[in-house]
Design a protein around this ligand. Structure first.
Ligand code: 7TS
Length: 426
């Protein structure tokens, strides 16, 4: 007999009820959440990969191209001045969102570009053979490969923090791993697989003592919790607009003033120069020095709209409600026989990876998709972590929530997982 996807309403605790009420207040802002997939209402639980976009973002994009489109920093005509002002105003807002001075906030395409920029422009100048770069086994490939490229080029050595049983970073290894050889520690603020939120302050403390810099991959934290670069005390921090209601192709990189000043440019071309002669060039000031070529003007301007939208909702609120929904999600998943959830660090965020015994996560994801439920299956660009966890097939399924998700959507996912088990006899 076919299992039904409708189950009796569950009694929700207060935190989940508040989280649901909060989600319902904002869901209407997202037109895509009204669509159907395979005839079923869309249940979008792939927010760690990318988030959905509210109407204000869609309208701002349309408005920019309809009213204002021009290149920035180049023309003296009205449209160019308006576009330039809007672009620089967006920089102010995005910078303020992470408590950075505007001139220390560089627009990049995404987190990946932010990391590559520093690994290249800072790394080539400051890292030499025998120096150490410290990462962790929970990093996204974007925070591993650029450093491996740098190590290959310079002869530097990569070292890695391990994780504990609950998926937290093993900071007991800090004394042994952070030494006078360490030039930079580059760590995810929040893991996209385990949901672990790492204590950047603790790492900064240790790194400072050893004279090492700290780079924070904040791709998963800036969208979901208040992040303050001054409070963290980090040297660099980067994030992607598309994971926080913004368009693809725009992100932010914060760097400490003296470091940005001392760094060579990442790419050469228009906008990043002060003067060019046949025998050489001089650089523009920070941040233009790092923004060669026509930037992603439209999406940078919309990024400013995005951070205002999120600030109006309140990052503390988003964080609190997502925590409640995450606990609910993990609790419901763990009711299922033969299901393993990865990552139980205290205070974890809303990326929840799991596996069902005897079922490939891709099969699970395909069955869920037929029920309108979008989750991700695969290695999540974290193959070293998959190996460390010993996941079957080197992969997991992953449900990741945002502030517009409700417990009802989690219930639909759980029912769809039961259906998948039934279909596969798992
Ligand atoms: N770092 C972390 C921790 C991430 O989660 C991601 C993207 C990146 C870096 C790279 O971000 P991008 O915007 O430059 O691509 N993570 C995921 C994910 O978990 N599923 O799809 C993309």
């Amino acid at each position: 007999m076919e299992e039904t996807l409708v189950e009796a309403p569950r009694k929700l605790d207060d935190a989940v009820r508040l989280s649901d009420r909060h989600a319902l207040r904002y869901r209407g802002d997202f037109p895509i959440l009204d669509r159907k997939v395979h005839g079923k209402p869309l249940v979008y639980l792939d927010n760690s990969a990318t988030s959905q976009k509210p109407r204000v973002v869609l309208d701002a994009l349309d408005d920019y191209y309809t009213r204002m489109n021009a290149n920035v920093h180049r023309g003296l005509h009205t449209l160019s001045e308006e576009a330039t002002n809007a672009y620089e105003d967006a920089r102010e807002r995005v910078a303020r969102f992470v408590n950075s001075p505007a001139r220390n906030l560089i627009f990049v395409r995404n987190t990946t570009e932010g990391i590559n920029l520093v690994a290249s422009a800072w790394g080539r100048k400051n890292v030499k053979a025998g120096d150490e770069i410290l990462l962790s086994v929970m990093e996204h490939h974007s925070n591993i490969v650029p450093w491996q490229m740098l190590a290959r080029e310079t002869g530097a050595v990569l070292r890695y923090f391990d994780i504990r049983e609950d998926g937290s970073l093993d900071l007991d290894q800090a004394d042994q791993l952070i030494t006078e050889k360490t030039r930079i520690v580059s760590i995810a603020h929040m893991s996209n697989v385990l949901g672990t939120v790492n204590s950047i302050e603790a790492i900064v403390d240790r790194a400072r003592d050893a004279g090492a810099l700290v780079f924070v991959d904040a791709a998963q934290s800036v969208p979901h919790m208040p992040v303050d670069v001054a409070r963290l005390g980090c040297d660099f921090l980067t994030f992607s607009g598309h994971k926080m209601c913004g368009p693809t192709g725009i992100g932010g990189l914060y760097g400490r003033e003296e470091l940005l000043e001392a760094m060579d440019p990442y790419m050469g071309g228009g906008s990043m120069i002060d003067e060019v002669r046949l025998d050489g060039f001089s650089c523009a000031d920070v941040p233009e020095k790092f923004e060669a070529g026509t930037p992603n003007i439209a999406h940078a301007i919309v990024f400013g709209v995005v951070v205002d939208y999120l600030s109006d909702i309140g990052m503390e609120q988003i964080h609190t409600h997502e925590r409640a929904l995450t606990d609910y999600t993990i609790g419901r998943l763990e009711e299922i026989d033969g299901l393993t959830v990865y990552g139980h660090a205290p205070g974890r965020g809303g990326a929840v990876s799991f596996n069902l015994d005897n079922m490939h996560p891709s099969d699970l994801s395909t069955v869920l998709d037929r029920q309108g439920v979008a989750i991700r299956a695969g290695h999540h660009c974290a193959q070293p972590l998959m190996r460390r966890l010993g996941t079957p097939y080197g992969a997991t399924a992953r449900a990741s929530v945002y502030f517009y998700n409700t417990s009802e959507e989690i219930d639909i996912m759980i029912a769809a997982i039961h259906k998948a088990r039934h279909l596969f006899g798992a």
